[in-house]
Design a protein around this ligand. Structure first.
Ligand SMILES: Cc1cc2nc3c(=O)[nH]c(=O)nc-3n(C[C@H](O)[C@H](O)[C@H](O)COP(=O)(O)OP(=O)(O)OC[C@H]3O[C@@H](n4cnc5c(N)ncnc54)[C@H](O)[C@@H]3O)c2cc1C
Length: 485
């Protein structure tokens, strides 16, 4: 029998399990070690649970806007219904039970798929042995099971994909009941009456919007000038406007310093001396990588100043035979990127064809209402002259389907190179923008031109008609520029 390459993967989130599937398919002997369950934080506490909760929130938003825009009456009362007279409500206990059931089921499905592919799954905490690389270049991973027993595994290559966990502030530690991080909200049986969300990045904005839709009175505390400081500024402005219009208290330039529980209430002290109170507080102030106690630096794995594992474009760390993928690398906190990094690591180590990670084609979405989907180069890239591009933004208000559906907020924005018209990026702000971004994604990935997008048929009436219309406007502008030039 020939030599079989041994791969050990520490961490079973998208970075880890996708790598395991690829490596097993390529014929390696694969072991995946995870302390919480396959699917990782992505499936068990982060991505999947939050999007399942948001699915309920979306239906509530539809009900809330159904009278004003579509003339639907959901009660005998004389419309328009006050928020307090709402007849559609949410049983949060039931919603959260569904969330957990779905997350567990998905974790089981992933475990079954990885096992079927031929990989071994171990429940436990893994760490690199820390000792020097053995003479044959192999490494040792020590796995400690929950019952305290340990097992040593020899690996030709190790992939570290241990993810990240919520950052905690010393003076705002979660108690799991009133002061919560995003992994703890699914234990609530009743809707928070007055929820204070600290942090207005993607996670903070998604939860603030969702709980507002579910019926909580929400205050969003943002240390920056506007919500979603890392996103397209026009998109963030639309969302902030929608949040305020729906009654959310958005507090800009307000840094939370401490959060205290006082009986059944919470008190959030801001840096400028103001104090706000509510029934619950959700902390969404970023994540820190899971790197401690893993023997990384002892094994020659270099960490960056932010504490993440340094990797190159094929997921190699600074230690031979050790790769890293996902949130622990701090490259892009997205499940899709983690999975890609994990696959690239395995293709590279196992000698398959591999393309280095290209972040300029990544598409991502903020699951608020409206959603904000982006791909490729951004407005900030254009403004900071990292790329020269023409930009056109078209409000959805002009789209016939949007008018029929009562959609007032949102836009489509495209970026293309001035000479060639090649599409290099786009932003869609709309309901289900996560679905509408795909044609732009395909264009960015394949260097398609605005003319090619404009010439493809779209259904009439459809929101995707706006994607073609923006492309048409950019094409016309490009042609006019060429005529003048
Ligand atoms: C609230 C929220 C919502 C999100 N929504 C989205 C979304 O909609 N779309 C999207 O693309 N991304 C989303 N993300 C980001 C996404 O969840 C992460 O990018 C993704 O989970 C990263 O995957 P990973 O493989 O790096 O690690 P993780 O999914 O974090 O998995 C790591 C696993 O390793 C385990 N582990 C840690 N240390 C050890 C050890 N020493 N030994 C064994 N096991 C260990 C952990 O317990 C965990 O199970 C969201 C994040 C948050 C916080």
């Amino acid at each position: 029998m020939g030599y079989v390459t041994r791969i050990v993967i520490i961490g079973g989130g998208p970075g880890g399990y996708e790598a395991a599937l690829v490596a097993a398919q390529l014929g390696a002997e694969v072991t995946v070690v995870d302390c919480d369950g396959l699917g990782g934080a992505s499936v068990l506490t982060d991505c999947v649970p939050s999007k399942t909760l948001i699915a309920t929130a979306e239906v509530m938003t539809t009900f809330d806007s159904s009278y004003e825009e579509l003339g639907i009456i959901v009660a005998d009362d004389t419309p328009p219904l006050e928020r307090s007279a709402r007849v559609v409500g949410v049983d949060l206990g039931k919603v959260n039970r569904r969330v957990k059931r779905l997350a567990l089921a998905q974790s089981h499905d992933i475990t079954a798929a990885v096992t079927r592919a031929g990989a071994r799954v171990m429940r436990g905490r893994g760490r690199l042995d820390g000792c020097q690389t053995a003479a044959d270049g192999s490494r040792c991973v020590v796995v400690e099971a929950a019952d305290g027993t340990t097992e040593r595994l020899t690996a030709d290559a190790v992939l570290v994909a241990t993810g990240a966990r919520p950052r905690e502030l010393e003076d705002a530690l979660p108690d799991g009941e009133r002061i919560l991080n995003w992994t703890q909200v699914y234990d609530l049986d009743e809707l928070p009456e007055e929820l204070i969300v600290v942090g207005s990045g993607v996670t903070g904005a998604e939860f603030a919007g969702a709980y507002q839709a579910l019926g909580s009175t929400v205050t969003l505390v943002s240390s920056r000038d506007r919500v979603l400081p890392g996103e397209d500024p026009d998109a963030a402005a639309v969302l902030e406007d929608v949040f305020r219009r729906r009654g959310m208290n958005v507090m800009a330039r307000s840094r939370a310093q401490s959060v205290k529980r006082i009986g059944d209430r919470v008190e959030v002290a801001l840096a400028d001396g103001r104090v706000i109170t509510g029934t619950h507080c959700l902390m969404a102030v970023g994540a820190i990588p899971n790197t401690s106690g893993m023997g990384l630096e002892e094994s020659g794995v270099k960490l960056t100043d932010s504490g993440h594992i340094w990797t190159d474009k094929v997921s190699r760390t600074s230690a031979p035979g050790v790769y890293a993928a996902g949130d622990v690398t701090g490259i892009f906190a997205l499940a899709s990127v983690a999975a890609m990094q994990g696959r690239i690591a395995m293709y590279h180590f196992l000698g398959d064809a591999v393309a280095p990670l290209n972040l300029k084609t990544v598409s991502s979405n903020v699951f608020t209402d409206p959603e904000i989907a982006t791909v490729g180069y951004t407005q900030a890239d254009v403004d900071n002259k990292r790329i020269v591009a023409n930009v056109v933004k078209l409000p959805l208000l002009r789209n016939p389907r949007a008018k029929m559906q009562g959609i007032r907020d949102g836009f489509v924005k495209l970026f293309c190179r001035p000479g060639t018209g090649i599409v290099v990026g786009g932003v869609v702000v709309a309901p289900k923008a996560s679905e509408l971004i795909h044609p732009i994604s395909i264009a960015v990935d394949n260097n398609l031109t605005v003319e090619q997008i404009a010439n493809a048929f779209t259904v009439y009436p459809s929101l995707s008609g706006s994607v073609a219309e923006v492309a048409r406007q950019l094409h016309t502008r490009k042609t006019a520029e060429a005529d003048q030039g």
